[in-house]
Design a protein around this ligand. Structure first.
Ligand SMILES: Nc1ncnc2c1ncn2[C@@H]1O[C@H](COP(=O)(O)OP(=O)(O)O)[C@@H](O)[C@H]1O
Ligand SMILES: [Mg+2]
Length: 310
């Protein structure tokens, strides 16, 4: 059995709590992330994927719940002395490589930022060499160190974002739609780079995407979010071959496939949350229908799903 790196327990992130404009961006979700895996997180825009990632990495304080990293609750004020080491161990790669890199800074200084903060290099020469090494790791080179971020293409900027994240030797990387802003022709290159780096360095990824096709390719397991809730979590193949929650089924039915025969018969399913017809007091929770395949459902739905799954 794989080792857990992170345990997310009943995590909540409410914005404007108690006010008329309260948003329950993340509403009581629980899941584990295993060492060395890629957990994909999908769902339509606004369902809470980024907020989940940002809360895990503590860009936001959690409204409630725990994020346990290697046995330590990172949101617990008592773990303060460990926080600096968590800052190093967890890194984030952002969606928009244009917005996330300061265009007026030299690449050398952008990538060395983490090295400086964590005191990982002794002198300017070592700093430069480490940056060059990182540039080469992501498919760039020494000459790029003295240029400015605005001189790079989208794909190259995302490589810079990856190099910056790698600088501090993290264990866990949250990639928040890292390829959504890139040309389709570049997307696979960046995904392949992330996969190679994962193998080389034993990294663990939380890979956020709204596009189900790329996430299938990179993920070991996939979680599906809907309005702040995690509604299904399963091994990637299993989720695609046997989606159990009606929302997951609707998401999958929306993916066009290159097969024209399939396309002729593809039926787009829509999801209506009212169709569950839950009764007052019914407990809706993540339940394990088949090994490792969790669905957010009532006891009654669970029984039906189990019967169907034989
Ligand atoms: N800082 C914020 N303040 C208030 N509401 C926010 C903030 N960030 C996100 N939201 C809201 O939380 C919900 C989830 O947003 P987000 O996590 O960005 O979704 P996703 O990444 O899945 O597109 C949305 O309704 C969004 O408008
Ligand atoms: Mg987002």
């Amino acid at each position: 059995m794989a080792e857990k790196l992170l345990e997310i327990r009943n995590l909540k992130q409410y914005f404007n709590q108690g006010k008329p404009n309260e948003v329950r961006a993340v509403d009581d979700i629980s899941f584990d992330i295993y060492k060395g895996e890629t957990l994909g997180l999908v769902g339509e825009s606004g369902c809470g994927k980024s907020t989940t990632g940002r809360t895990i990495i503590r860009l936001y304080d959690a409204t409630d719940g725990q994020v346990i990293y290697d046995g330590i609750d990172v949101h617990d004020k008592k773990s303060k002395k460990d926080l600096k080491s968590f800052n190093r161990k967890m890194q984030m790669i952002f969606q928009d490589p244009y917005a996330s890199l300061n265009p007026r800074m030299k690449v050398l200084d952008i990538i060395a930022e983490g090295l400086d903060i964590h005191g990982l290099v002794k002198n300017p020469k070592e700093r430069k060499e480490r940056v060059v090494e990182l540039l080469e790791t992501v498919g760039l080179n020494r000459e790029h160190a003295d240029r400015y971020a605005h001189e790079f293409s989208g794909g190259q900027r995302q490589r810079l974002g990856i190099a910056r994240a790698l600088a501090v030797n993290p264990e866990f990387i949250i990639a928040d739609e890292p390829i959504s802003a890139l040309d389709v022709s570049i997307q696979a290159q960046v995904v392949n780079l992330l996969k190679e780096l994962q193998e080389e360095k034993g990294l663990t990824y939380l890979f956020i995407a709204h596009d189900l096709s790329m996430v299938k390719y990179i993920s070991d397991r996939i979680g599906v979010m809907y309005f702040g809730k995690l509604v299904e979590l399963a091994p990637a193949e299993d989720l695609y071959n046997n989606p159990m929650h009606p929302y997951t089924q609707s998401l999958l039915s929306a993916i066009p496939l290159p097969d024209p025969n399939y396309e002729r018969t593809r039926v787009r399913k829509s999801y209506d949350p009212a169709s569950h017809n839950y009764q007052d007091g019914e407990e809706i929770a993540m339940r394990e229908v088949t090994p490792g395949h969790f669905v957010y459902c009532s006891e009654k739905e669970f029984t039906t799903l189990q019967a169907i799954s034989g």
